[in-house]
Design a protein around this ligand. Structure first.
Ligand code: HEC
Length: 165
């Protein structure tokens, strides 16, 4: 057996481990969550024509640079209407917020597209938010109940960081 074959074989368990990008779920739940992540990609098609808030229209400097030096944020109608109403409380079931993160002020270099969707009953301990990180072509990089996301977002109103309402 050649050295190449051996090293290729050694990679297989590693690749299998990388394939499981879901949060804390195991077994079938991971597949269900991946399907949800892919459904959300379809649901947010054309998000760049969604509403933005007056304070966060177009490309803005990020507060902390986590998602890139600059970001742009869009809201589906449920999320936008909640913010515009300014009545406080939590986001309703079905609310979606989408963000592009860039490493430059013009938005030429897109790091990732991230989204958060409120799915009632999905993760009640963490605000029922489903988190996703996509590449530009829709490849799902992270998804589900992600402590890497809600751990930082929990300081916001109902886990939303860019504004309050
Ligand atoms: C260390 C802190 C931190 C982590 C970790 C983090 N975010 Fe964020 N996120 C922010 C901040 C701050 C904003 C507000 C925009 C800005 O200033 O960049 C934001 C904005 C967003 C927004 C726009 C709505 C909002 O809440 O303002 C989405 C969607 C989002 N993040 C998704 C994610 C996802 C998905 C993950 C995990 C893969 C994640 N974030 C991890 C800090 C974080």
């Amino acid at each position: 057996m050649s050295r190449l074959t051996l090293s290729t074989l050694a990679l297989i368990p590693l690749l299998a481990a990388c394939g499981d990008k879901g949060g804390d779920d195991t077994g079938g739940a991971v597949d269900a969550d991946l399907a949800t992540a892919q459904d959300i990609w379809s649901e947010i098609a054309g998000y760049d024509s969604w509403n933005q808030t007056a304070d966060w229209t177009g490309i803005q400097e990020s507060a902390d640079g986590t998602h890139g030096s600059h970001v742009q944020i869009w809201l589906n109608d449920l999320a936008y209407d909640t913010i515009e109403a300014g009545a406080g409380g939590d986001m309703p079931d079905g609310a979606i917020l989408v963000k592009e993160g860039y490493s430059d002020s013009s938005g030429a270099s897109l790091n990732a597209i991230t989204a958060m969707k409120k799915i009632s009953g999905f993760d009640s301990e963490h605000g029922d938010w489903f988190w996703v990180n996509y590449s530009e072509d829709g490849t799902v990089n992270m998804y589900g109940s992600e402590s890497a996301c809600y751990g930082c977002h929990e300081s916001g109103q109902d886990y939303v960081r860019f504004t309050t309402w």
